[in-house]
Design a protein. Structure first.
Lengths: 492, 493
């Protein structure tokens, strides 16, 4: 249970949150037309006759979009409705050429499911999903092209969206943020949505109400089209506070649609329930009910990847990773994919190399990427190169110190670690003769310290290790150096 | 030899093939007839060059032995079909000047089959009407006149009024129609020609300006049953661009024509005997029963108990779908735009739609908006959907007792222009016999059966099971042979 509370004049208030996330389906073509869906194209270059709602044009469902939505439903353990239907949602707006949006009100494709969310402190919470339906996106109005007219770009018109409707199960901004991040992770694992919130391929309508703990739900407001996790959390905080203030000042919350202004960090009323559109939903007579065969559903299931929770468990159990490492590496599909390519390239079993590999990715690689301002997708080091570096450490060619040096050179040059080691002679040496020779020199040069050590000042051992390594320019195998030093010092 | 324009589709096709005349001569003769027939206002756009071009292709094809099923046959195309490069208006001012960059599947199939286009035929605006009086481009006048010697201008029926007039007046040997609730059958009956609405899904709706998507279906209108069969074969077939299109092979209906109805049972729906229908209608119906008996059929009385709900059901579902289908005519992308100075987007919508739509279209948009609106949806639209299912079930039950149904096409002969315009309900009643088959998606045809006391044509309607167009056509042929309907309007235009 969340203990997030709004402190009001009359006591504590609890916030109740439900989210409707609109996720753009990854597909070459639009939901009901063959037009392309690439982001950022010149206005009105990705518009078919259907998208422009020319007279006599008819929609035909793109089965790839349906497949993606079904796979998404399966990934959240939802009921898949083998029989669903499209409805028209009627309203007039210049970005909506048909004068209606094809959506699914009465019989959505995906029914109830759930998502398990990780909260701070290791707790988890299950958030219910009410439904997922597929629908068309609208076009985009451009207000900066002409002094007195708005222009319309229909590139986005007809692009497939999944509307993922949660139950009002969240109780704090953190829970909502964790839910959206987890949902985004699942969508990216499944490959049904790229989760890119800046480009608008994922955005949320945020439903917020407040109540005294344990009482009935209050009246909710809906803040539309919020396009980042940070903003979603800010909307909840702000809106909950606003509602408490209104109620405590003797007012009532009206069911309404609001807009979030990130610049001023506030929400504003867009329209109240009284002014709400009457969408006159009815079954789209241009489309037959969508009936999915068992074979199709089976194929959808067969193409589901390992999902974040399962992957994290496996990393902990099979690879022996710490809970922290497993969580970090599975949080995003790109990281997990990179990590698994790295493991595969080592040619070793996960149990053997997993731990070392995970530590290297999380501390060395992430550290470097962070410093360079890069993401793992454009990492200057490939998984194969990373595997080469790990192999050089594992077989004793490189010490930890040397491997860090080599890694830095890899980042700069993009060269393979083997090549760097070879060309720059950065190999660690385990040659006992060579090491013994250096040790002899070090001991000779520090006869006084040797005496001190031998008379019981054990702590000086580290000093000799340092001197020896320094003399060997870091290339001595630390284990061998340790062993030989101890032998030499304990001799007499 | 008779005039080329007196010939029907089969005769023109065969004559071109046999070399009795050239396709160019045919096109020229019909182009002339179209020009002379302008007083009937059957065409919104004339396309003589299209007809000539197709004729030249046909004449070359004949020389090289590559004739197609409709080579040499020029047709009229109802202006509800989008035609590439030729203005398409649905007879609405809101689409005036709209020239599609695409060809409707059905018109494209006809052209691929060798047909040419004489022009775009007038209709009721967005196919909403039963008299062609709602057209934004003026009334179509029926070529028929009452035998009382008066010159009252008569309605050609609707919504395919341009099609019915053009075929009846010999301006075209055949024309496309569309039928949502009788729009092929009733005008065919009013003008003494034949017309068939095939099973819903036989003809692709792609590129046909939508009125009511779950009901709209294209079909041919022509002089006789054989010509309808020929055209229908060319118009039908699966189209992946229409989700409701039927993925079935196209039967060879012309080759299957057979007027021998032995072994067939014809149902006479008792609920179609309604009060207030002129005795002449029932008399022609009784004659039809005798003709089908004579063709070998057995006659049985059947019951379609929900018939009386068909018209109200239709006038909920069709306007509901239309109110949504017509939302795209908003002045933003094509057609007419009226943008008041300093006005908002809503002002533009209102001004555009106020100026662009006629009264009947506005009435149906309002009815449709009402029956779909919150609080009324269950009482009207949902209820109508349920009744529609019951009506379809009535037919299913009837098929346990018979193979086809015989009924009048319309409850009256053609009426005078303006006579019913002020009373929408009276106008809607025209389709009382036509809408049940539309709601059930069944194939149905009207063939001319005789003249009433004023010398005006009356039609008989045949309805059969889904996909059994052949039985419809065969029964139509049996009626046609016995009715011996050779009447045609005297050319006064």
């Amino acid at each position: 249970m969340s203990d997030y509370r709004i402190q009001g004049a009359t006591g504590e208030w609890e916030v109740v949150i439900g989210l409707e996330v609109h996720a753009q389906v990854v597909s070459e073509a639009k939901l009901f037309s063959g037009a392309a869906t690439a982001f950022g194209a010149e206005p009105n270059t990705q518009v078919s006759l259907v998208d422009a709602a020319m007279p006599g044009m008819l929609p035909t469902p793109n089965i790839e979009c349906i497949r993606q939505a079904v796979r998404t439903g399966m990934a959240i353990n939802a009921k898949i409705n083998a029989w669903s239907r499209f409805d028209r949602k009627n309203y007039f707006y210049a970005d909506l050429p048909q004068g209606y949006q094809i959506s699914q009100l009465y019989h959505p494709l995906v029914g109830e499911g759930e998502i398990s969310v990780d909260l701070d402190g290791g707790a988890t919470k299950t958030i219910g999903i009410e439904r997922i339906h597929v629908e068309q996106d609208a076009g985009k109005l451009m207000h900066d092209q002409h002094p007195s007219f708005s222009y319309v770009d229909l590139n986005r018109s007809g692009v497939a969206l999944m509307e993922i409707v949660s139950r009002p199960d969240m109780r704090s901004p953190e829970e909502a943020g964790a839910y959206v991040r987890k949902l985004r992770a699942i969508l990216r694992y499944v490959g049904s949505c790229d989760g890119n919130m800046e480009q608008g391929s994922m955005r949320a309508d945020v439903n917020v109400s407040v109540r005294k703990p344990g009482q009935e739900f209050g009246t909710r407001t809906e803040t539309k089209n919020v396009n980042s996790v940070r903003f979603i959390m800010a909307v909840i905080e702000h809106e909950a506070r606003r509602q408490v203030d209104v109620i405590e000042d003797g007012g009532t919350i009206v069911q309404e649609t609001r807009l979030y202004d990130p610049d001023r960090n506030e929400t504003r009323s867009l329209r109240s329930k009284e002014d709400a559109h009457d969408y006159r939903y009815f079954p789209d007579p241009d489309l037959l009910p969508l009936e999915l065969s068992d074979a199709f559903l089976e194929e959808c299931r067969a193409t589901l990847p390992e999902l974040p929770d399962a992957k994290r468990d496996r990393y902990e159990q099979e690879l022996g990773l710490s809970a922290y490492n497993a969580a970090v590496l599975t949080a995003d599909v790109t990281t997990a994919r990179w990590f698994e390519e790295l493991l595969a390239a080592t040619g070793k079993s996960g149990a053997e190399i997993g731990k070392a590999a995970s530590n290297w990715v999380i501390s060395d690689l992430f550290g470097a990427l962070n410093r360079l301002g890069r993401t793992i997708e454009d990492s200057p080091v490939t998984p194969k190169q990373g595997a080469g570096l790990l192999a050089l450490v594992a077989d004793g060619t490189l010490s930890g110190t040397l491997s860090k040096q080599v890694f830095e050179i890899m980042l700069e040059t993009g060269d393979d670690p083997e090549k760097i080691v070879e060309e720059r002679g950065l190999k660690q040496t385990s040659d006992t003769g060579a090491i013994d020779a250096v040790i002899a020199e070090v001991l000779a040069a520090n006869a006084d310290k040797v005496a001190e050590y031998r008379s019981g000042k054990d702590k000086l051992f580290g000093f000799f290790v340092g001197q020896t390594m320094k003399a060997m320019q870091g290339k001595g195998n630390p284990a061998v150096v340790n062993e030989l030093l101890r032998k030499a010092l304990d001799q007499a | 030899m008779s005039k080329l324009t007196d010939l029907g589709i089969a005769a023109l096709r065969d004559g071109v093939k046999d070399g009795a005349f050239s396709a160019r001569d045919v096109a020229t003769a019909f182009n002339d007839a179209v020009e002379k027939g302008r007083g009937l206002n059957a065409f919104i756009v004339e396309t003589p060059e299209h007809a000539l071009a197709a004729a030249d292709v046909a004449d070359k094809a004949r020389a090289s032995g590559d004739l197609k099923p409709l080579s040499g046959v020029p047709l009229g195309i109802k202006d509800l079909f989008c035609t590439k490069g030729v203005q398409t208006t649905a007879a609405s001012r809101i689409l005036e000047g709209f020239t599609p960059v695409y060809e409707s599947t059905v018109s494209g199939k006809l052209f691929d089959a060798g047909a040419g286009m004489l022009g775009k035929l007038n209709l009721d605006e967005f196919a909403m009407g039963s008299s062609n009086e709602t057209s934004g481009f003026g009334n179509v006048i029926s070529p028929w006149r009452r035998s009382d010697g008066g010159n009252v201008a008569l309605a050609p029926g609707g919504s395919s009024g341009g099609s019915s007039t053009a075929v009846s007046a010999r301006l075209c040997p055949g024309a496309t129609g569309t039928d949502t609730g009788g729009s092929i059958r009733q005008p065919a009956a009013f003008t003494g020609i034949s017309g068939i609405k095939p099973t819903y899904g036989r003809c692709s709706r792609w590129g046909i300006v939508a009125f009511s998507s779950s009901l709209d279906q294209a079909g041919p209108m022509a002089r006789d049953v054989r010509d309808c069969a020929i055209m229908l074969e060319a118009m039908t077939g699966f189209d992946p661009k229409d989700s409701t299109s039927l993925d079935l092979p196209v039967p060879n209906w012309e080759a299957g024509l057979n007027a021998d109805l032995r072994g067939k049972r014809v149902g006479i729906p008792k609920e179609y005997r309604i009060d207030g229908v002129p005795e002449e209608i029932n008399a022609v119906w009784d004659r039809g029963i005798e003709w089908l008996k004579d063709a070998g059929a057995e006659i049985v009385e059947v019951s379609l108990p929900h018939t009386k709900y068909a018209l109200p059901t239709y006038y909920i579902i069709a306007p509901a779908e239309a109110s949504s289908n017509l939302a795209r005519y908003d002045g933003v992308r094509y057609g007419q735009r009226v943008a008041p100075a300093q006005g908002s987007l809503d002002d533009m919508y209102q001004a555009t739609r106020a100026a662009g739509f006629g009264a009947e279209v506005k009435r149906r948009i309002m009815i449709g908006t009402y029956v779909l609106s919150a609080g009324f949806y269950d009482a009207y639209f949902n209820q109508a959907q349920k009744v529609r299912t019951l009506i379809a079930r009535d037919f299913e039950r009837a098929w346990e007792h018979c193979d086809l149904l015989l009924a009048p096409t319309a409850p009256s002969a053609a009426f005078g222009l303006g006579e019913k315009l002020a009373d929408p309900i009276a106008m809607y009643l025209n389709d009382v016999f036509a809408v049940p088959a539309s709601l059930a998606g069944l194939p149905a045809m009207s063939v001319p059966a005789g003249l009433d006391g004023q010398g005006l044509p009356l039609g008989l309607q045949i309805i059969s099971k889904a996909l059994d167009e052949q039985t419809v056509l065969n029964a139509g042929l049996a009626l046609e042979q016995r009715a011996g309907f050779t009447h045609r309007p005297e050319a006064w235009w």
